[in-house]
Design a protein around this ligand. Sequence first.
Ligand code: IMP
Ligand code: MG
Length: 188
Amino acid sequence: MTDSQIEKVLFTPETIAKRINQLAFEIDITYKSIGSDAPLTLVGILKGSYMFLADLSRALNTPHHVDFMSVSSYEDTQSTGNLKIECDLRHSIKGKHVIIVEDIVDTGRTLAHLQKLLWNRQPYCVEVATLFSKPTERVVDVPVHYTGFDLNPPEFIVGYGLDYNEHFRNLPYVGVPTQAAIRELSLK
Ligand code: IMP
Ligand code: MG
């Protein structure tokens, strides 16, 4: 299935599934090797991470809880990116081993704010798993522990949770939208 508004498919459902299984394996091994009793919580950042979180959660052997947060960035007067919590976690993360689950890390601003915010809540530790990363676009040096795929060049991608103006999230693959689609969907 290739949507006519998609110029090219970069990651097929099979490629994504295979990589997520590898990430889950890596997380299982790391968690075991730490040997702590801190319970594991996956914190999915809505909306983009919903598919990744569902598949990562199913692929993990380590018992864990899931929770969600929704944040949006805004520019304050100094025009540094800041974070507004639209929807907060339902449960405390105090003493817990937290893995933030992100769809994509671009400049790293969102993640840097999020990490700071979650560290203030006295977790055992905070790690980050992102399905995609654009390392060349980073303006904040933020630690990412588990990365699915680096995007070089840093193209704008959609599908598998990622959107353009809320479109394309449901695509089972990840691809680049056509310029015509971008024009058309920016007007709606
Ligand atoms: P950052 O704060 O610049 O790292 O922003 C990351 C956020 O920007 C992601 O959570 C996405 O919502 C959005 N984003 C960045 N690159 C893309 C992309 O290629 N496709 C869709 N959303 C993107
Ligand atoms: Mg996001």
